[in-house]
Design a protein around this ligand. Structure first.
Ligand SMILES: [Cu+2]
Length: 238
């Protein structure tokens, strides 16, 4: 199963390609200069080391063109890589009006997941407290097709929520917290986002056919004693 979606993988590959190019240039440059400027048969180089005066830059060895090159070229590359690194963030933050919305509320130390948080009201609930005790565990679309289900699953002896979503469906996750900052991390999707008390955060994702199967969801913002057990399982079905 490929995790993270196409946009993540193309970014990963592009970073690897640039890392290989930079590595090759550095290595060629390193060995070229090591060999070219080595001292042979104990002869000293063109300058005497005694000529160096501490605190005084040996201007005669300066090469402005070279310094500008190794400053400007990596700078351009870093700016470019920073720019393309926004791609996945942009994608998970781009709202899709057709996305089916699922709410996830962080609590110390469990996740409350609701398949249909916006029923009953035309707008988003004002607070996650309103949604307590009225979680929808299933949602069918207009064609009667199941696109969200919440059940439970046993993970290492503990009962955890199991969120089931359909491949090729667009989902918007509405994220809340009832106490402190949490952060659901969809491990195999490569997505994470903070949940904040008193604030709604969102992320959007369309699981692909390649992602059919189960993967872990865990909290990645330290939230107290049982932070490490604040997990759930996400299953993508066909
Ligand atoms: Cu946590």
């Amino acid at each position: 199963m490929e995790a993270g979606g196409d946009v993540f993988w193309s970014l990963f590959n592009e970073f690897n390609i640039w890392a290989a190019i930079v590595f090759a240039i550095v290595m060629v440059w390193l060995f070229y200069n090591t060999l070219k400027f080595r001292s042979s048969d104990n002869k000293s180089l063109e300058f005497e080391s005694d000529e160096f005066i501490p605190g005084v830059f040996p201007k005669e060895n300066d090469n402005l063109k070279m310094e500008l090159t190794w400053t400007i070229v990596p700078f351009i590359l870093i700016v470019y890589l920073t720019y393309i690194a926004w791609g996945p963030i942009d994608e998970m933050w781009s709202s899709d009006p057709d996305a089916h919305e699922i709410s996830m509320t962080g609590n110390q130390w469990y996740w409350d997941i609701d398949c249909d948080p916006l029923r009953d009201t035309a707008e988003a609930p004002e607070s996650s407290v309103e949604m307590e005790n009225r979680s929808a565990t299933m949602f069918y679309n207009d064609n009667g097709i199941l696109i969200c289900e919440i059940t439970t699953i046993e993970v290492e002896g503990q009962i955890k929520p199991l969120l089931r979503v359909k491949a090729d469906e667009s989902y918007g996750f509405l994220l809340y917290s009832n106490d402190v900052t949490h952060a659901p991390f969809f491990l195999d999707w490569g997505l994470k986002e903070d949940t904040q008390p008193g604030m709604e955060t969102r992320l959007y994702y369309t699981p692909s056919m390649d992602e059919i199967g189960s993967s872990l969801l865990m909290c990645t913002e330290y939230c107290g004693k049982d932070h490490g057990y604040m997990t759930a399982v996400v299953e993508v079905f066909e």
